[in-house]
Design a protein around this ligand. Structure first.
Ligand SMILES: [Zn+2]
Ligand SMILES: [Zn+2]
Length: 333
């Protein structure tokens, strides 16, 4: 464990074996006057829990000393353990309103979401023999999430004060509808969740629970934080880094390159989103995997990611869509 700046510790929690592509999730422990604030929590696994306890013990902190838990977004690697920690510590849990609204449909009763996802994938050209595998790809994740409702529902614009730190809550939708970052203007620190990462780019997908134009939201959210005076970024994965503007610029360029790659696959004529993803390049843990070698959960993320690009390009006029037998086809305008 590292004290990244005086009063803020970076803890690394392991991710479950089937989901190792990111290695670990960072949680940040902030020292207050009367207890600690924890930002993000890791998956609800025995391994992550033991690892958290062990790292806290290194600085003589107990789970019961945590008085506030801020979750940057609803994904299992950030929200998963929060329910269990809250029950043990009686800490107050803080989460954005839009992600709070997804707790039940994602992790408690998934039937409606599964039906919607099935329809979504089918209308985007996923063939029947792959449909069931892709539809249920993330069902297993629910067991790694101890759900608990937030005590304080955030909207963005709040200030969370603890010890010498005063964090501004910045609503940064895109990767998740209710994603937030925490900005400490005096110390010039940004706790960025999955919004900006050191070398990788977060998945931004269009799906039944996303906003109308998540990639557009994501780009706006990047622009929103690009003018902040920041010396150090504390991301949800990988390592803390400097140079926020440059990293945002690279991330924006990456998305524009993906747009161009999608347009290139449409040069030969209209395609479904499923046909487009098969023509694209895909990276996985083992390098350039190619579509067929991606695990089902990544295949689904890939389709949703392409859809978010297509939606953004419909809005800016580069692409349009038409229906044929209930299936959506995209083409260059
Ligand atoms: Zn995430
Ligand atoms: Zn994450």
């Amino acid at each position: 464990m590292a004290e990244v700046i005086p009063g803020i510790y970076q803890l690394k929690l392991p991710l479950p074996v089937p989901h190792t592509s990111l290695g670990y999730v960072n949680t940040y422990l902030v020292r207050g006057d009367d207890g600690y604030l924890l930002v993000d929590t890791g998956w609800n696994t025995g391994e992550a829990f033991t690892s958290l306890q062990k790292q806290l013990a290194e600085i003589d902190v107990d789970i019961k000393d945590i008085t506030q838990i801020v979750v940057t977004h609803i994904h299992p690697d950030h929200y998963g353990l929060s329910g269990r920690l809250k029950q043990m510590s009686r800490a107050k849990l803080l989460l954005h309103r839009l992600d709070k609204n997804l707790i039940k449909s994602r992790y408690v009763n998934m039937d409606k979401l599964l039906r919607q996802t099935n329809q979504w994938l089918q209308s985007n050209g996923v063939p029947p023999d792959e449909l069931s595998e892709l539809r249920t790809a993330s069902v297993g994740m629910a067991k790694y999430v101890a759900t608990e409702s937030p005590d304080i529902t955030l909207s963005g614009g709040e200030t969370i004060t603890t010890g010498v730190f005063s964090f501004q809550v910045l609503w940064t939708p895109g990767h998740s509808p209710g994603h937030i970052c925490l900005y400490e203007p005096d110390r010039k620190i940004l706790i960025s969740g999955d919004h900006v990462l050191t070398t990788i780019t977060p998945n931004v997908g269009l799906h039944p629970q996303s906003s109308e134009n998540p990639l557009g939201d994501y780009v706006n959210s990047l622009n929103k934080i690009s003018q902040l005076d920041v010396d150090l970024i504390l991301p949800g994965h990988e390592t803390p880094f400097t140079g926020l503007q440059a990293r945002i610029e690279q991330t924006l360029q990456h998305h524009e390159l993906r747009n161009k790659e999608i347009l290139a696959t449409l040069a030969a004529g209209p395609k479904t989103a499923y046909q487009i993803v098969k023509d694209m390049s895909w990276q996985s843990d083992t390098g350039n995997a190619g579509w067929q070698n991606l695990p089902p959960v990544h295949k689904r993320l890939a389709i949703l990611e392409i859809l978010s690009h297509l939606k953004a390009m419909i809005i800016d006029g580069r692409v349009d869509k038409s229906f044929r037998d209930g299936v959506i086809f995209y083409r260059q305008t």
